[in-house]
Each structure stands twice: as C-alpha cells, then as structure tokens.
Design a binder for this molecule. Structure first.
Ligand code: ZN
Length: 56
C-alpha cells in the first residue's frame, strides 16, 4: 500500500486507525482541509469526502 494523498491538497493523509498489516476499515484525515476520507474494504474512498464545498 502506497502513500495516499488528499486529492484536493495533494499532501499525505493521516491514517486514523491502528497500524496493522492491512487497513480494512478506518479513515484518512487531511490536516490541511480537515477532510475525512472513509476506507471501506481496504479501498480508500478519496472521491467522497465528508466536506461539501463546491459541487462540480
Ligand atoms: Zn486536503
């Protein structure tokens, strides 16, 4: 698993979960824009952040 970056800020996301061999569920947090990205079934969902600003 590589380093995950915020699609908005393009900085490394902070893992909000216990360290393990593999991330199954948890969330990634961006310190810059305060977004939380959910991880579901080891797949980080970077497209559905919980912050709603401008809809494209
Ligand atoms: Zn961000």
């Amino acid at each position: 698993m590589g380093i995950l970056a915020c699609p908005v800020c393009v900085i490394q996301l902070t893992m909000d979960e216990e360290r393990g061999a593999e991330i199954i569920e948890g969330s990634l947090y961006c310190e810059k824009c305060s977004c939380n990205y959910p991880i579901t079934g080891t797949i980080p969902n970077l497209l559905s952040s919980e912050v709603q600003e401008s809809s494209v």
